[in-house]
Design a protein around this ligand. Structure first.
Ligand code: ATP
Length: 224
């Protein structure tokens, strides 16, 4: 099973990292690949460059063998589209390996705005992780897709639901409800920008590097 978890990671924080690990463990300690996007099609400018976000991610996952980084979207020219990434991965993995994409409910709520969204579920399974406060429009396309392709949630037979992802290589949607840390990259950027510390919201190594590089308005600190 190949699992990807995409995001802006601007910057990566403990919410992202805990979620990636929870998903890995629930699926049987499978590796999870973090996929930072280059120019997010649905968003404006990022606070750090692609290379800086990548550097922070590398520091964040150091020493955790279940997590890795796939920087293919950063190496691609122009906008990152999930459909292109999944198509490329499917080509590399061949037809028999389940491909799984992890998204939060906030991201999945706008899924029908993604490029080629209808094709995405043919290319991969989707794990939708419940984000408190982010609800799907009950009559929207994402909710309809979930009703059509959902394999249940993790309050019932989690093993059975997860097993369903292994039986097919794509096309199913699994809802998971792991503990959600109330941390957002936006909150972290605001905190740093207003001179407050984001310590303990992200690995110390990441915060040290943010300061060293003077990102998000942090005062550059010398001698680290
Ligand atoms: P921003 O505040 O800049 O929008 P973010 O913290 O929400 O950033 P993103 O990089 O946009 O992070 O999100 C990437 C993925 O991580 C999304 O699927 C999102 O749902 C998920 N995510 C964001 N915050 C958390 C968190 N605290 N816990 C678990 N997953 C999260």
């Amino acid at each position: 099973m190949h699992v990807i978890y995409g995001g802006t990671f601007d910057p990566v924080h403990h919410g992202h990292l805990r979620l990636a690990l929870e998903v890995s463990e629930r699926l049987g300690n499978v590796p999870v690949s973090l996929v930072p996007c280059h120019i997010p099609p649905h968003r404006g400018q990022t606070g750090a460059t692609a290379a800086q976000r990548l550097r922070l991610l590398e520091l964040a996952i150091e020493g955790e063998p279940r997590l890795s980084i796939d920087d293919r979207e950063l190496r691609r020219e122009g906008a990152s589209y999930t459909a292109d990434t999944l198509r490329q991965l499917r080509g590399e993995l061949g037809a028999d390996i389940p491909l799984v994409m992890v998204v939060g409910t906030d991201a999945f709520a706008g899924f029908d705005k993604w490029k080629e969204w209808q094709k995405i579920s043919g290319l991969a399974h989707i794990i939708v992780v419940r984000r408190p406060g982010a609800e799907l429009d009950p009559v929207g396309e994402p909710a309809r897709l979930l009703a059509e392709r959902g394999v249940g949630n993790d309050t019932g037979s989690e093993a059975g639901n997860i097993e369903a992802l292994s039986r097919e290589v794509s096309g199913r949607i699994l809802e998971l409800d792991p503990p959600w840390l109330d941390i957002s990259a936006t909150g972290i950027r605001e905190r740093i920008g207003s001179g407050r510390s984001p310590r303990y919201l992200m690995p110390d190594r990441v915060w040290v590097e943010i300061q060293r590089m003077g990102l998000y308005g942090a005062c550059p600190v010398k001698n680290f």
